[in-house]
Design a binder for this molecule. Structure first.
Ligand code: NAG
Length: 314
């Protein structure tokens, strides 16, 4: 899965922001071999779907769960008319609850602001300011530390790989008649094995066709599919490790049966394996491997890397 706003007001496409310089919080990455480990300071970027989308001035392209019909009359026009705004360091924290901590990042779930509440977030590691970090893990090991101390049941704190384009889909958009000049710098191009329909843009085209605002979250006709390898989908009580292969390679914009929509009873007819082949120790018979407390081999209470949230769990 693993570009600086300052851009001038030229006018072409799922454009980069104009009002603030995009900030990318730091996150370390260690690369190791038999001679030891090298620490690099990489950065992370917030997914485009969370961003303010506007006309290059102050008119919203998207507001209260819906696209503006004047700025977004069709998928390509919308991508050309609308800008994904950057966020400052302060906004990353105070609006989205994404904070640098020692050797990592901390993500909050609900962040209240004077404009409303933000729920959750999704961030991607960057290699350069406008390219995602690509991981080649065949015959290698991947290790990380995740602090689940304050993660209650019902929430999923996840670390996973998806087959996104390194450039956030800029080249793919151009090749398919779409328009995406914001790119990885603004967190574009997300896909996963659930073929999410709630992405506002795919291949540089807005998902405005049939955008259903009665659905929570609102969804469009297209879904954004790609292979996914879930390393860590977890809270303080459970974890799952799940490959979700797909019959397609790289990001794929689905429509109809290819999306495997649950609502149409087509879950098993799409291009991706939505169930995946999950490994969850409790379900596979080891009920004392992972959980909250000293009775578990891996005790989620034993690691506390982050500061307590305002309302701590017991
Ligand atoms: C929109 O979503 C709602 C809620 O899921 C659903 O009941 C309705 O059928 C959807 N409308 C269309 C046109 O698909």
């Amino acid at each position: 899965m693993l570009r600086v706003a300052a851009v001038v007001a030229c006018a072409m496409a799922q454009q980069p922001g104009v009002h603030v310089e995009e900030h990318h919080p730091n996150m370390p990455l260690w690369t190791c071999d038999s001679s030891g480990c090298t620490k690099q300071t990489k950065t992370v970027v917030l997914d485009a779907n969370w961003r303010w989308l506007h006309n290059g001035e102050y008119t919203n392209c998207y507001k209260d769960g819906d696209f503006d019909t004047t700025l977004c009359p069709d998928p390509v026009a919308c991508a050309k008319n609308c800008h994904l705004e950057g966020n400052t360091a302060e906004q990353y924290t105070s609006t989205y609850g994404i904070e640098e901590i020692e050797n990592g990042v901390q993500l909050s779930f609900v962040t209240k602001t004077k404009y409303g509440s933000n729920f959750g977030s999704r961030i991607y590691m960057l290699d350069e300011s406008n390219k995602y970090q690509i991981f080649k893990l065949k015959n290698r090991e991947f290790a990380m530390t995740a602090d689940m101390f304050y993660m209650p049941c019902g929430l999923n704190g996840a670390v996973y790989f998806v087959e996104m384009d390194a450039d956030g889909g800029e080249a793919r958009a151009a090749a398919s008649g779409g328009s995406n000049q914001a790119g990885a710098k603004y967190g574009t191009g997300y896909c996963d094995a659930q073929c999410p329909h709630d992405m506002k843009f795919m291949e540089g085209k807005a998902n405005v066709i049939g955008w259903n605002t009665s659905h929570d979250p609102p969804i469009g006709k297209w879904g954004s599919c790609c292979a996914e390898m879930d390393i860590w989908e977890a809270n303080s009580k459970a974890t799952a490790y799940t490959p979700h292969p797909c019959s397609i390679t790289g990001p794929y914009v689905c429509e109809g049966i290819d999306c495997g929509d649950n609502s149409k009873d087509q879950r098993y007819d799409g291009v991706c394996d939505k169930d995946g082949c999950d490994f969850n120790s409790w379900r596979l018979g080891d009920r004392s491997f992972y959980g909250r407390g000293t009775g578990f081999t891996v005790n989620s209470r034993s690691c506390r890397a982050v500061r307590p949230p305002q309302s701590s769990l017991r």
